[in-house]
Design a protein around this ligand. Sequence first.
Ligand SMILES: [Zn+2]
Length: 252
Amino acid sequence: MKFFDTHSHYCDDRFDGDRDALLEKLLAESNCGILTCPSNLDDVAFSKELAHKYENVWYAAGIHPHECEKYEISDLDKLFPYLEDEKCVAVGECGLDYYYDFAYRDTQIAFFRAQCDIAKQVKKPIIVHDREAHADTINVLSDLRPEAIIHCYSGSLESAKILVGLGCYISFAGTLTFKNASKLLSVAQWVPEDRILIETDAPYLAPEPMRGRRNDSSLVMHTAQRLADLRGCSLEHIAEVTANNAKKVFGI
Ligand SMILES: [Zn+2]
């Protein structure tokens, strides 16, 4: 059985020692597709290289909220050449992080809004990072209405209903397997089948029972298994549905 991991960071230096061997193994054994996400413009170039090396690796192009204080809004123009590349299937990751607040919130919102506009312009989905910024995230998305994937969903059931109403996809990460995931459980049971995605956010957020280790795309099966248990369906069904949703939203 193979899974589509819709969010990972294979540019991360924690993969420097074994990146190629690992990706070859993952794609042969457990993954039918992997989307790798950059955090900044240097990562975008490296993500492109990876995606062109491996048939079933795709990438996104964008600037993460942690990084946006280092750039000017006009730097986002540098994303356009990547977004014309057939292996670049989404804008992101971008969004709002009010937990770390590494950039001023006004700057984060400006970069998020600008990247929503770019996503609409190039007709690609946007990958949204929302950490403790649920209200502002919903405000921006309902104002600008890009096709959006809410990565590592961490909001309430009420917010999920609003987001799905806006046409968003809800992506579950290893956090769904954590013991404190209680408020996510009702979301995982409710999300309509055609709106569910799964991801690792590798190398971060390894699911139980691997929590604390370096994450990689093979571990997305633990999140899929949790979803299958919560929804009362088979692991095969979750693998198939989420892979089909990923291919549909990324246009591949
Ligand atoms: Zn990420």
